[in-house]
Design a protein around this ligand. Structure first.
Ligand SMILES: [Mg+2]
Length: 171
């Protein structure tokens, strides 16, 4: 039997659906993670922790958030599609290891899982984009958290992707 085209679309939509949607990473607390059995976070950089292309000082709230998680035993690792040089600079500023040019959604997340040394079922991928962070996280079997982008300064391409994301999330 050939499924109706609409059914095929719905069948694959799970890959694009985040398990949770939050307005900021700051809403992710050790308790929130513990309730979901999550012991490690893979975190996107641009528009998740800092504005896209932002080169200033690390926001204090973000640093405090990372240190609070680590103090509670949560492992944190950055997985970003940004250039390696940018990722390296932010890795130093935030005091968090990570990989740049990760190639999300197809690559990078499994590498991140290896770095955390945790099974995907105990890890959340946190990011602001459905087609990289959520898709990649879901494909790797991780818990996925979509956060509101911290800045609306984006590439034209990303703006187009945002329109597609809105369509998907409305389904
Ligand atoms: Mg991002």
């Amino acid at each position: 039997m050939t499924p109706h085209p609409g059914e095929v679309t719905l069948h694959y939509l799970w890959m694009l659906r985040p398990k949770a949607q939050l307005s900021s990473v700051l809403e992710i607390t050790p308790q929130w993670l513990q309730e979901r059995g999550i012991r490690g976070l893979l975190v996107d950089l641009d528009n998740t922790l800092v504005p896209y292309k932002f080169k200033g000082e690390a926001p204090e709230a973000i640093i405090a958030w990372v240190r609070g998680l680590e103090a509670a035993g949560v492992r944190v690792f950055l997985v970003s599609n940004a250039r390696r040089k940018r990722l390296k600079a932010w890795s130093a500023k935030l005091g968090v290891e990570g990989i740049g040019l990760a190639g999300k959604p197809w690559f990078g997340i499994r590498k991140g899982l290896k770095q955390l040394g945790l099974p995907a079922s105990q890890v959340a991928m946190v990011g602001d984009q459905v087609f990289t962070d959520v898709l990649g996280g879901n494909l790797a079997g991780a818990y996925t958290v979509l956060v509101t982008p911290v800045s609306d300064k984006e590439l034209g391409y990303t703006k187009l992707v945002r329109q597609l994301e809105r369509l998907i999330l409305k389904q």
